[in-house]
Design a protein around this ligand. Structure first.
Ligand code: DGL
Length: 216
């Protein structure tokens, strides 16, 4: 089966690698938008106009399911896109629920783009699951650019990670697939203080379910 994967940029490649490892019998077709990345500071309308033709291309290439490996797109546009694209779309969103379950300090940190943090979906997740949890949203607004352009500033990552740990966060949610590339750095800095969560495994679980349904 052909599985489509979309992200604005290199974040999706990390998700592609995980899918290929877990499902080697399937073909993964990856499309990103290197011309317009990063999406995280753009308007929802602009993102919609950019992403729709790319998802149509993946569908026209014969993909039977598409993983939106982009929290920014998923949290802002998944409902509209599901109406516009007539194959299953698997979304990715910050893991607020598992983080709340895991925290012992009652404080979590969510690292994501400004557009994800301002999305209705993310704010609903917070309202629903994190009413009694303190949620720190550190400023990662230039991180996707930093990772995309391969100008990773280790000092910046260290400073921010230490800051959220000092604020009492014992779970750090990576709510942007670009940050998967610095997951190990964050884990190392936070090692004695916080657990780092990102959604590749649950997404693969969901993908397996959808594939089984399509094959039935
Ligand atoms: N990797 C994307 C995400 O998960 C988008 C990052 C960006 O383009 O700013 O949100």
């Amino acid at each position: 089966m052909k599985i489509g994967v979309f992200d604005s940029g290199v974040g999706g490649q990390s998700v592609v690698n995980a899918i290929q490892k877990a499902l080697p019998e399937h073909q993964v077709i990856y499309k990103s938008d290197s011309k317009n990345v990063p999406y995280g500071n753009k308007t929802i309308d602009d993102i919609h106009k950019l992403v729709l033709p790319i998802l149509n291309t993946l569908s026209n290439l014969g993909c039977e399911v598409i993983v939106i490996a982009c929290n920014t797109v998923s949290t802002n546009l998944i409902e509209e896109l599901r109406k516009e694209i007539n194959i299953p779309l698997i979304a990715m969103e910050p893991m607020v629920k598992p983080a709340v379950k895991l925290t012992k300090t009652g404080t979590i940190a969510v690292c994501a783009t400004p557009r994800t943090l301002s999305s209705k979906r993310y704010n609903k997740l917070k309202q629903y699951y994190a009413k009694e949890t303190k949620v720190i949203e550190p400023d990662c607004s230039d991180w996707s650019y930093m990772i995309e352009s391969n100008t990773i500033d280790q000092q910046k990552i260290k400073k921010l990670t230490k800051y959220v740990c000092n604020q009492g966060a014992d779970v750090i949610v990576l709510g942007c697939t670009h940050y998967h590339w610095i997951e190990e750095d964050i884990k190392q800095i936070a090692s004695n203080y916080a657990t780092v969560l990102q959604p590749e495994l649950p997404v693969i679980k969901q993908l397996k379910k959808v594939i089984a349904g399509l094959a039935a």
